[in-house]
Write a protein that binds this ligand. Structure first.
Ligand SMILES: Cc1ncc(COP(=O)(O)O)c(C=O)c1O
Length: 368
């Protein structure tokens, strides 16, 4: 047998595996504790939309059938809600699937993909899977540096990723800067605007990707049902793009990419304004509470336009992270993102937020 190394491309070899948030069950088993809380994966602290749960129950008896291969009803609902043509919408198996489809359709070996980093790790992963070259552009003051991105454009540039709000910093690119930036983008480049956390952005100047479908540029926007709609476990999201692009993305996706439960749940969740408003409210209130508490503790953080906050713990970060874990509070360490002195805290229910603050206080006291 030859070594498996010789069977795969250099790009695939270079991929660093995705590190998910630690599951509650695993932590409880490891430390012999109970009642742990997870504030690590930016999920909805209120749970799934109740209307989505009801809709799924009605769907159980038809699960022997394949799902609608084109998610037509969902596309119709999205088209009404977003006021955009159905042909511009492509429902997906989590918004992650759109990232995969985009790289499959548009990337060839040697293409360059500009990625402002630290950010969501999957942009680099899917680029490397296609033997593309990730061109990493460091953030400036924790925000995306669009000027530095423009400087990296070369004749080989194929895609530019803009994560807005950016994970893990929670910062945003504003409408005016984005539109200035677009003026300098050659027509051969595709911009992927990842708005997984777009619903949480409170800044009125947030540029909504859905408004750029007939712009002079190729912009593909990602949205998800995993965050504000609370359906992360179902794996459902969608892409928005001019029809000239969605037709190609549709060619390479699996015919039944979105399962039946996800389709009916998403349709119901879209209409569940009560759940959407409660979620946005609880995140906004939780953020204010956490800012106040962190200010009192003298702990620095990056003001966030999302449902998570990046918190600076300095040199004691690994110790505090470990203390939180042992006390059953799971947060996200950011060493793999290149921020070893920070954690990312997903904003939770008021009780979860208070427990995080109490435990953090104990951890900080413990050091003295
Ligand atoms: C920036 C960003 N984009 C996309 C996703 C993936 O979302 P989905 O669950 O829709 O695949 C995440 C998930 O945490 C994310 O942080």
């Amino acid at each position: 047998m030859i070594s498996a190394d010789r069977l795969v491309s250099e790009g695939v070899k270079q991929i660093t595996p995705y590190i998910p948030g630690k599951p509650i069950e695993e932590l409880e088993k490891e430390y012999g504790i109970r009642g742990a809380i997870k504030m690590a994966s930016n999920e909805n602290p209120l749970g799934p939309s109740p209307k989505a749960i009801e809709a799924m129950k009605k769907c159980f008896s038809t699960l022997h059938r394949y799902p609608d291969a084109n998610s037509l009803l969902l596309k119709k609902q999205l088209s009404i809600k977003l006021r955009i043509p159905q042909d511009c919408i492509i429902p997906s198996n989590g918004s992650n699937e759109i990232l995969e489809l985009v790289s499959k359709v548009f990337l060839r070996p040697g293409h360059e993909v500009i990625i402002p980093e630290p950010t969501f790790s999957l942009y680099a992963k899917f680029t490397q899977a296609m033997d593309g070259a990730p061109i990493r552009v460091p953030l400036k003051n924790f925000g995306i540096d669009l000027r530095a991105v423009l400087e990296k454009i070369s004749p080989r540039t194929k895609i530019i990723f803009i994560n807005n709000p950016n994970n893990p910093t929670g910062t945003i690119v504003k409408k005016k800067e984005f539109e200035e930036f677009l003026k300098n983008i050659p027509a051969t480049i595709i911009i992927v605007l990842d708005e997984a956390y777009g619903e949480f952005a409170e800044e009125p100047d947030f540029p909504q990707g859905k408004n750029y479908l007939d712009a002079q540029h190729w912009i593909i926007t990602l949205r998800t049902f995993s965050k504000v709609y609370g359906l992360a476990g179902l794996r459902i999201g969608y892409g928005l793009a001019p029809q000239e692009l969605t037709q190609y993305l549709n060619k390479v996706r699996q015919p039944f990419n979105v399962n039946s439960l996800a389709q009916v749940a998403a349709i119901a969740a879209l209409d569940d304004n009560d759940h959407i408003e409660k979620t946005i409210g609880i995140i906004s209130d939780g953020k204010k509470y956490l800012y106040r508490q962190l200010d009192q503790l003298g702990v620095n953080y990056i003001p966030s336009q999302s449902n998570f906050i990046m918190i600076h713990l300095g040199k004691q970060c690994p110790r505090v992270y470990d203390f939180l874990l042992r006390m059953g509070v799971i947060v996200r360490p950011l060493t793999s993102f290149g921020f070893p002195e920070y954690i990312r805290l997903s904003i939770g229910t008021p009780e979860e937020n208070a427990r995080f603050i109490d435990t953090l206080k104990k951890a900080l006291l413990n050091n003295q």
